[in-house]
Write a protein that binds this ligand. Structure first.
Ligand code: ME8
Length: 514
């Protein structure tokens, strides 16, 4: 039976600059979901890639005296090297300069034209190159940005633009979009962002300029190559390109289950994109989640301050799994957060080294000491054993519920509850005293429950820390975990560890960070 498709996307990142913390954040989050859905045996399509076109990239290339495509090639190789280092398991990597993407953008444009949603006029207004956003005079005025000629969003300089342009009849989709958002409470998350979009749409949508004539780095308008297609129309279409749409009307992966984005690009995804899709008569994505922004040691990351955290520097000091864990544990997804080395060290030492690491070491050390690392048979269960099993089973259900809402920090916290329960279980059952008193039956049961609980904790941690999870499973199962078919059906239930299975002596997986 074909398995359920699950399609998750990240934004495609501009190639004007090197990857930074913000880029790895979204991609790690998407990877955790992709891995979790693979554990559920679903047919996962996980897309990331790069946005190569637009004035911003053209200007960045000019500043380096190279062609935009050369700049793109350079930055793309950074991403392609980075993703495996962070254990990212994307299915496809889209570059918007690829022929398949040009074709998809042309097909999209033609669909919009056929629907009567495109017309030609003169655009007169302002443009923010860093955001690749059009602003009207009134919008600048309302945001008190007209006098300084600043972008209401990023506060950098805007430039005056007057040129012939194609327009998309965005205004026509105001009511259908409002209706869709109101009827689909889960379409935009978190709630505060949904309200923000509702207010924006209710205040009135104006038609959108969707082509430029004053630079050339982009997809030309079909049959009118004095115009390049607005970079956001081009970029958003990437989510269809990889599925062979919109040339083909459908794909098992469309509509996407989830577009993960940062809060700064919400309007493009939650307003322009659904309206384009409605005009093209295509289904809308099921959900758009806008996460918050990171500051670094209390300061906004910026090129001019030179404090943008580079993933390669982070990876020189911390393992990928530790970064993945910290970024998703530290801050509720959707809220803004601050990255600090002290916070990372504190969380690592208390939650990974102390709680999980200790539990694994203590348990496997006792198994070695008392049973020569061979898993004993569980005997009569007592209330505390049943409580541990019930907690593990609740963890499995609740992690899934939290992840279906992109509440990564709650999912991790739910796993931590079981870990703390496990440490308490040791304190309460005092295996060393059972051994001393010769209470072999009870000792067998306690050791069995510890090993099985640890195994299921490792399975639940897998999407977050794939390497650490495999290292845990290797110690628990002594078989090459690469050979295990990691899905909840095969490895998820309580009782899969059997009496007679052999574990390894513990090797610390989370040594303390000094
Ligand atoms: O916007 N903290 O690309 P981009 C968290 N090409 N996230 C951050 C961040 C920070 N400090 N800084 C940036 C684009 N981001 C477009 C997308 S999609 C069809 C086209 C996030 O490279 C930001 O919120 O400027 C955005 O989601 C992502 O990085 C890509 O930014």
């Amino acid at each position: 039976m074909p398995s359920t498709p699950y399609y998750v996307t990240t934004p495609i990142y501009y190639v004007n600059d090197e990857p930074h913390l913000g880029h790895i954040y979204t991609t790690i989050a998407a990877d955790v979901l992709a891995r979790h859905h693979r554990l559920m045996n679903e047919d996962v399509f996980f897309l990331t890639g790069v946005d190569e076109h637009g004035q911003k990239v053209q200007q960045a290339a000019e500043a380096q005296n190279i062609q935009p495509i050369e700049l793109a090639d350079k930055v793309v190789s950074r991403y392609q090297q980075l993703w495996p280092e962070l254990a990212i398991t994307n299915t496809d990597f889209i570059r918007t300069s690829e022929p398949r993407h040009h074709q998809a953008v042309h097909a999209m444009w033609k669909k919009l034209c056929a629907a009567g949603a495109i017309y030609k006029d003169i655009y007169e207004g302002w443009y923010c190159v860093p955001c690749e956003t059009f602003w009207t005079e009134t919008q600048l005025n309302d945001a008190e940005c007209l006098e300084d000629k600043k972008c209401p969003d990023c506060k950098r300089s805007v430039e005056k633009v007057q040129e012939e342009s194609y327009f998309f009849r965005l205004s026509q989709y105001q009511e259908p979009l409002l209706e869709h958002i109101r009827n689909h409470p889960d379409f935009i998350a978190p709630e505060s962002r949904r309200n923000e979009v509702l207010r924006f749409v209710e205040s009135g949508l104006r038609d959108l300029s969707v082509s430029r004539t004053t630079f050339s780095w982009g997809v030309p308008v079909p049959d009118d190559d004095a115009h390049v297609i607005y970079v956001w129309i081009d970029a958003l279409t990437n989510y269809l390109t990889v599925l062979g749409m919109p040339e083909h009307d459908q794909s098992p992966y469309w509509p996407a289950d989830l577009h993960l984005i940062g809060k700064d690009i919400l309007r493009f995804h939650a307003v322009y994109w659904p309206c384009m899709l409605m005009a093209a008569d295509l289904p809308l994505p099921k959900r758009i989640f806008a996460h918050g922004w990171w500051t670094v040691e209390g300061e906004k990351m910026s090129k001019s301050k030179g404090n943008a955290l580079r993933p390669s520097d982070l990876l020189a000091h911390y393992e990928a799994d530790v970064l993945r864990y910290f970024l998703l544990r530290e801050v509720p997804f959707g809220a803004d957060g601050d990255f600090s080395y002290d916070a990372l060290k504190m969380r690592y030492n208390s939650e990974l080294a102390n709680d999980i690491g200790n539990l694994l070491n203590r348990s496997l050390a006792m198994l070695k000491k008392y049973r020569n690392s061979i898993v004993p048979e569980s005997q009569t269960e007592e209330a505390c054993d049943r409580a541990l099993i019930a907690d593990v089973e609740a963890m499995q259900r609740e992690v899934d519920q939290h992840l279906s809402k992109q509440a990564f920090h709650l999912a991790i916290e739910r796993i931590s509850i079981v870990v703390r329960h496990g440490n308490r279980y040791i304190e309460e059952n005092t295996p060393w005293a059972l051994a001393k008193d010769g209470n072999e039956a009870r000792l067998n049961t306690v050791l069995y429950h510890l090993v099985e609980m640890l195994r299921l904790v490792a399975v639940q941690l897998h999407p977050f820390m794939p390497n650490k999870s495999l290292a845990m499973l290797e110690q628990i199962l002594t078989i090459n975990p690469e050979n295990i078919h990691l899905n909840f059906h095969d490895v998820g239930g309580w009782g899969k560890v059997k009496a007679g299975d052999t574990c390894l002596a513990p090797t610390p997986i989370f040594p303390r960070m000094e």
